[in-house]
Design a protein around this ligand. Structure first.
Ligand code: ATP
Ligand code: MG
Ligand code: FE
Length: 332
């Protein structure tokens, strides 16, 4: 079957068409990064307005690239949350209008379920499956015993990994979003500063990044006061080493404890070279296959929403015409 996916939860206006939940027919993303850059982050009001302007263009482009007619479409899937409420509303209303006009079923999708399902374009899932979700707003370990079933076994108690990356980048005067810049710098720097690792309680799969963030701020501040010059690439490398070590070790421990058949990585920070390398190395030691999506499927896109929407559609999930944007929608 063919599912149309629509995503507008943050600063990407995206529409995609996906076949059988595993094959991308078209995947169009209009990024607004340039408009938000000078503010150092996403401005919700500007994001909503861009979504309004871009939605029709992106939609037409997705159908043109797919060379497909509406008659062939089985359902419309849309991100209903979480995200910026004003941004989500544009996608939800576009999806409702289309589904109503074309008389197709409407399926609301959780944004993080989408990030997880981006992996299925690479390889079929095997259960139980463990997903490490690392994005701009989320850091969690999700256990899946079957399709469409999500159990959060650990999550961040403060900042998300991507958020920590963006905040540290801002301290180093790097452009928004800072994650990719820190990643690039870290590749050339050395772990000359030993930042703390937030292991938390022995049996916990939760995360915490605010202590690390404060430690980075203090280190930069103290060096300045002593008149010392720290290299940005060394700060980046030292910060990244802490984030990557904790993410890798906790994922590894959870994978063994829950006896999973596959581990996947999802969200924008899954694009991080340091994390990808560390996870690949760690999981090559044991017989649990690790799957990481290609870079363009790590960050926000609509193919992932159509992918998760396909499963929801096949499982009989239907949203009503009263479907609303839910900025704090819970996974599972
Ligand atoms: P959420 O999915 O939680 O709602 P979001 O959609 O804003 O949040 P994503 O689009 O999944 O987040 O990811 C964006 C985040 O990923 C940003 O914080 C960005 O800095 C980070 N990021 C992107 N590439 C890299 C990289 N190479 N290294 C580290 N972080 C990265
Ligand atoms: Mg984004
Ligand atoms: Fe996202």
């Amino acid at each position: 079957n063919y599912i149309v996916g629509i995503e507008t939860s943050c600063d990407e206006t995206a529409v995609a068409i996906v076949k059988n939940g595993t094959e991308i027919i078209s995947n169009v993303v209009a990024s607004q990064i340039e408009s938000h850059k000078r503010f150092g982050g996403v401005v919700p009001e500007i994001a909503s307005r861009h979504h309004v302007e871009q939605m029709t263009i992106v939609l037409e482009e997705a159908f043109e690239q797919a060379a497909i007619e509406w008659e062939a479409i089985d359902a419309v899937a849309v991100t209903e949350g979480p995200g910026l409420v004003g941004a989500l509303l544009i996608g939800v209303n576009a999806a409702k209008a289309l589904a109503f006009a074309k008389q197709k079923p409407l399926v609301g999708v959780h944004h993080i379920a989408g990030h997880i399902y981006a992996n299925r374009f690479e390889q079929e899932f095997e259960f139980p499956l463990l997903a490490l979700v690392v994005s701009g707003g989320h850091t969690e370990l999700v256990l899946m015993k079957e399709h469409g079933h999500f159990e959060v076994i650990g999550e961040t108690r403060d900042d998300a990994a991507g958020e920590a990356y963006d905040k540290v980048a801002r301290m180093l005067n790097l452009p928004y979003p800072g994650g990719p810049h820190i990643d690039r710098l870290a590749g050339t720097g050395e772990e000359s500063i030993k930042f703390p690792r937030a292991w938390l309680e022995e049996e916990s799969f939760d995360f915490s990044f605010s202590g690390l963030k404060s430690s980075v701020i203090n280190t930069i501040h103290n060096a300045k006061q002593r008149g010392e010059e720290l290299k940005n690439e060394d700060i980046a490398a030292s910060f990244q080493a802490s984030v990557v070590e904790v993410l890798t070790e906790k994922t590894y421990k959870a994978a063994k404890q829950y006896g999973v058949k596959k581990v996947i990585v999802a969200g924008g920070v899954a694009a991080n070279q340091g994390l990808r390398t560390a996870l690949q190395k760690k999981f090559s030691e044991i017989a649990i296959p690790l799957l990481i999506p290609p870079l363009n499927l790590c960050t926000d896109n609509a193919a992932m929403i159509a992918g998760a929407g396909t499963i929801a559609y096949q499982q009989g999930k239907r949203s009503g015409w009263d479907l609303n944007a839910n900025p704090s929608l819970v996974l599972g």
